[in-house]
Design a protein around this ligand. Structure first.
Ligand code: C5P
Length: 233
């Protein structure tokens, strides 16, 4: 890892899971631990990059590991809209953006100022949700010249062929240079120390396949970014 091959690059990494409030004490969230995102930030900083980590909710140990690095600057966010604001600001001066955060697709249409209560209810609760913007698609569409944009896709589709087809469509829809696909489920992916990824490139090709620790996986992603940037430069 200490190759210093990212020296001179400014990179932005988003990590963790957004939390969309329902009321002052409740939210809609997800199981992202932020560990892969933290390792992406640490790997980039170890390789010489100046890193902005936009951290949604993540495990305390993952956040602490990233906080300890002198080349990592951390901005903490809660909701998808806060994440969008922070990553858009940080991306303006960056050569690479890696969106590893698990962003809520929807947020509650209304946030109650007081705790939602069962009182007077009929035994059910219906929540109205509105779609969040696709943040990485917006970044990719408005990026400065020469910026590389990488998205992640956590997929539960068990069939590898169907998963790859979905990934190709997703990469094209989002307009990103690389889509890093990892299979997740009730056990794999989240909260684990290992990860298995397939990186899909802009021709829909499998640019790389890798499995290892989340740190090794992070290095494989940066290797993929470097290969791409060497080709484009
Ligand atoms: O469409 P899907 O949620 O599977 O895409 C995942 C990728 O898109 C991740 O890189 C995630 O950070 C990003 N994303 C986003 N804005 C959203 C939802 C996902 O940028 N609203």
């Amino acid at each position: 890892g200490a190759r210093n091959d990212l020296t001179g690059l400014r990179v932005v990494v988003t990590a963790g899971g957004t939390r969309e409030p329902l009321d002052p004490v409740r939210f809609l969230g997800n199981r992202s631990s932020g560990r892969q995102g933290a390792q992406l930030a640490i790997a980039a900083a170890d390789r010489g990059a100046e890193v902005t980590l936009v951290a949604a909710h993540m495990d305390a140990d993952a956040l602490a590991a990233a906080s300890a690095h002198r080349r990592i600057d951390i901005t903490r966010v809660g909701t998808a809209l806060e994440l969008q604001h922070a990553v858009t600001a940080a991306a303006a001066g960056a050569q690479v953006v890696v969106m590893a955060a698990a962003v809520a697709d929807y947020r509650p249409a209304r946030v109650s100022d007081t705790k939602l209560t069962k009182e007077g209810g009929d035994g059910t609760l219906t929540l109205e949700l509105v779609e969040n913007p696709d943040i990485v698609a917006g970044l990719a569409a408005h990026r400065p010249a020469g910026q590389t944009v990488v998205a992640f896709a956590a997929e539960t589709e068990p069939d590898a062929v169907a998963r790859l087809e979905r990934a190709r469509r997703k990469r094209a829809r989002k307009g990103v240079d690389l889509l890093v696909v990892n299979e997740v489920g009730w056990r794999a992916g989240f909260e684990a120390d290992h990860n298995a990824i397939v990186i899909v490139g802009s021709e829909g090709e499998v640019a790389a396949e890798f499995s290892g620790t989340k740190r090794e996986t992070a290095d494989a992603v940066w290797d993929g970014v470097q290969t791409l940037r060497a080709r484009v430069d």
